[in-house]
Design a protein around this ligand. Sequence first.
Ligand code: ZN
Length: 195
Amino acid sequence: MNFNWPPEPKFVPIPSEFHSLENDGPFDKCLKCEAELLQSGMPYLIERVFVQQEPIVEYAMCEACVMASQSELSAESRQAVTDYMLSNLDVSQRLGRLSEWAEQGSDDASELMNRCLFSGTRAEDCREKQIAAWCQGDQMRVDHVFPMMISGVAIEELNGVLSEKTRGWIDDFVGDNFGMPPEFCDNPDFRPVLI
Ligand SMILES: [Zn+2]
C-alpha cells in the first residue's frame, strides 16, 4: 500500500464559481491590502457566501492578510473551529472522491464541491452555502480540503462554537467591507466563517 499523505495538490484553471460577481471575472486584488493577485504569484484565498444562489459576500485575500486576520481571532475560537473540523470532516471519504476525480484527469473540480465538506448535504439542498478555495495566479489548488463547500447548517454549527469576541470581529469585518446583509441580521447564527 502506498499512502500519499498529504496528497500532492493539483492545480486547475479557476472555475467561474470562484469568479467575482462584481468584477464579472476573476478576483484581481486583495480585499484588505489591495495587492495585485493574478500576476504576483502569491497564494490567495477566495470565499463566497450564497443565499439561494445569490452571492451576498465575496472576496479574495492574499495569504499574508489571511494570516493577519486569523491572528486577530481569539485562540479559543481558532481551537474550537479546528476541533469542529477534525470531528466532522470525513477525511477518507474526501480522499476517495479526490482520487476518483484525479483519475478522470479533468479540470472540472465542481464535483468536489457538490456536497458539504462536513455534513455531506448536497449543494442543491442548501439554502445557504459558503465556498472557499486557495488560488495562485489564474489557477485553483485542489487538495484534501480545498476547494470546499460548507452548507448553511454547518456554518450555523461553526458559528455556535465561536466566542462572542470572534463573532463580533466577523460582524465588523462583514459590516465594514460589504455592509451587513439583511440575511445575517435575520439569522444571528449565520455569518461567514473565515477559514
Ligand atoms: Zn492582502
